[in-house]
Design a protein around this ligand. Structure first.
Ligand SMILES: [Zn+2]
Length: 79
């Protein structure tokens, strides 16, 4: 009785198997490379592709409170 257990013997637990909402790949969510939605997407690539961005990028993005030139009215004759 060596009791040797190969690596990964406990890696595939059906309780941890999720189906990627984008590519329908069945994956172990613990191994997903998606940082924020690893229980939804198999990888950060699917996360980014589906959302158009990653939550990580969103969280780190600096959203300006005002957009230059976009909201300002064109110059009109001052009265
Ligand atoms: Zn996927």
């Amino acid at each position: 009785m060596s009791g040797a257990i190969g690596p990964g013997s406990e890696g595939m637990n059906l309780e941890h198997i999720k189906t990627c909402v984008r590519c329908s790949l069945r994956y172990d969510w613990r191994r997903s490379s998606s940082d924020s939605l690893k229980m939804t997407y198999c990888s950060h690539l699917c996360e980014a592709a589906d959302l158009g961005f990653t939550l990580e990028a969103l969280l780190h993005a600096q959203v300006p409170s005002s957009v230059e030139g976009e909201t300002s009215e064109p110059e009109t004759a001052a009265i």
